[in-house]
Ligand binder design. Structure first.
Ligand code: F6P
Length: 507
């Protein structure tokens, strides 16, 4: 194999380089996977996705996130209007044309949401904030979990009258986000902010505008989007408002533009040069080898939230055992997990190098940092490249023996230690090389993964756009919540839960 044949730098992606050359897959195997996708009618399914057809068959709606990143003049008017309102509102806050009640300037922004309603904004803001040379206009805080510790930590550092809350929930019924928002209202009330003014400190972002109105969100502070925008694909909609607010509308637009470039690439590029298709093919080949997990290793602290983001995107989309027609699916997606750079090398990389289960790795690295500590960056680059190389080649027994001998160890020690110090190698990896981190490259990466997920769903025969798997636990949680409040209520509790509740009550 000629290495260059597996390295891609599409001109429209401005130097983003994707290096598949360490994928342990023969060209024949790659063709097998591509043919498998052709047989599954990938091209037709892809066209249906882009045309806004109802590809989400269980919920009977489209998954038309690609239209959100088209230029405004090519969007349906209602979509363009929603995006324009979000951008205008962000600009008003950024320019201080809009202030909080009592003419108070916004100092802190608390983003309330969970899953797709939080992870996208959190990833983008945390990544881009550290690339900006200017001091951020606002401090951003993220509340997803239903945990008072997290809320208290935020309340401890914010001033009520200077805090803007962004309440993001597609359904506007997600219990965690509702509860957190109501606790934030209570916190404002405690500081003597009148209820009417308190609601004026909330931006509501939802596809269920009626529910936002019923909750008391102000119309001018409510940003809508369409119900065909899936939660984990929603950062491109007005769910991206916190990104516009924190990083600027230009940054959001650069990310959207890059995602649109990826859409165009995915739509027209031949399958054997089509990046999302290739990403999917390498994953399918890994699964054929029994490698059912993938590690995301970001050699850049600013991308620390990328593994969490991809985990939801991939596992909520592909964790399905049933196909579109209700029959068993061909397969489900792998476990996705991750870590940041050299930190991970001192924890999980032992398992990656010498564990029994081989696991492919997606590495991310930026050629140029946005800091001035050049030796740190050199070390970051060296570590990333070294890990990819070492995982791929390993080190055989003979080589290990030679290394130990060269260190002057006695033969008996060499024999004792050599098996522990050999590495099987053969670990596949893809290296995503960014010229530097900015909104454009981040947007491109997210869209590449979105489409990879779609391609895998076509291969598996499953629906990437529903998430019924999260429902059963929610139903149980409701019943158990009311049983905690009312000990006579035992409906829905099995004997394990009953015993666990009894212990909790005794504490
Ligand atoms: O966990 C299920 C889920 O529906 C995700 O798909 C979604 O991103 C998240 O909950 C939040 O939902 P909502 O935006 O409706 O509050």
């Amino acid at each position: 194999m000629v290495i260059e044949e597996r390295i891609f730098e599409p001109p429209t992606l401005k130097g983003l380089r994707i290096d598949f050359s360490r994928q342990v897959v023969s060209s024949d195997e790659l063709s097998v996977q591509i043919n498998r996708l052709k047989a599954a009618q990938l091209a037709d399914r892809r066209d249906a996705l882009f045309a806004g057809e109802k590809v989400n068959v269980t919920e009977s709606r489209s998954a038309w996130h690609t239209v959100l990143r088209k230029p405004a003049e090519l969007q349906p008017p209602n979509v363009a209007a929603d995006m324009l309102k979000a951008k205008s509102l962000a600009n008003e806050f950024r320019s201080k044309k809009r202030l909080l009640p009592g003419n108070k300037a916004v100092k802190d922004v608390v983003i309330l949401g969970i899953g797709g309603s939080l992870l996208g904004p959190q990833l983008m803001i945390s990544a881009l904030e550290m690339t900006q040379t200017d001091t951020p206009l606002f401090r951003c805080h993220y509340i997803g979990n239903v945990d008072g510790h997290a809320l208290d930590a935020v309340f401890a550092v914010c001033q009520p009258e200077h805090t803007l809350f962004v309440f993001v929930s597609k359904s506007f019924t997600t219990i965690e986000t509702q509860m957190n928002a109501n606790h934030c209202l209570a916190w404002l009330a405690k500081s003597a902010i009148a209820p009417a003014s308190a609601k004026a400190q909330f931006i509501a972002i939802t596809a269920n505008r009626a529910a936002a109105v019923a909750w008391g969100a102000q119309t001018d502070l409510t940003l809508g989007f369409e119900d065909w925008v899936g939660g984990r694909y929603s950062v491109w909609s007005s769910v991206g408002f916190p990104v516009m607010l924190a990083c600027g509308v230009d940054a959001f637009e650069a990310a959207s533009y890059a995602a649109h470039m990826v859409d165009q690439h995915f739509a027209v590029e031949p399958l054997d040069r089509n990046l999302p298709v290739l990403m999917a093919c390498y994953e399918l080949a890994a699964m054929n080898r029994g490698e059912n997990a993938r590690c995301v290793a970001t050699y850049d602290e600013r991308l620390a939230k990328l593994p969490d983001y991809l985990q939801q995107l991939e596992m909520e989309s592909l964790g399905k055992r049933v196909s579109l027609n209700g029959q068993p699916a061909h397969a489900a997606g792998p476990l996705v997990w991750g870590t940041v750079g050299t930190t991970g090398q001192h924890s999980v990389f032992q398992w990656l190098h010498q564990g029994l289960q081989k696991t492919p790795i997606d590495f991310f690295v930026c050629a140029k940092p946005d800091h001035a500590h050049s030796s740190l960056h050199r070390s970051m680059l060296a570590n990333c490249l070294a890990q990819a190389q070492a995982l791929f080649h390993g080190r055989g027994l003979n080589e290990t023996i030679a290394v130990l001998k060269s260190q002057g160890l006695p033969d008996v020690e060499v024999e004792r230690l050599a098996p522990h110090m050999t590495f099987a190698g053969g670990r596949s990896s893809t290296l995503f090389m960014l010229p530097r981190l900015n909104a454009f490259y981040l947007g491109a990466i997210l869209a590449l993964y979105e489409h990879k997920v779609f391609v895998l769903s076509v291969a598996f025969g499953s629906n990437a756009f529903d998430q019924y798997g999260v429902e059963l636990g929610k139903i149980a949680a409701k019943l158990i919540d009311s049983a905690i409040e009312n000990p006579n209520q035992t409906t829905g509790l099995d004997e394990h839960t009953a015993a666990q509740l009894a212990w909790l009550r005794r504490q």
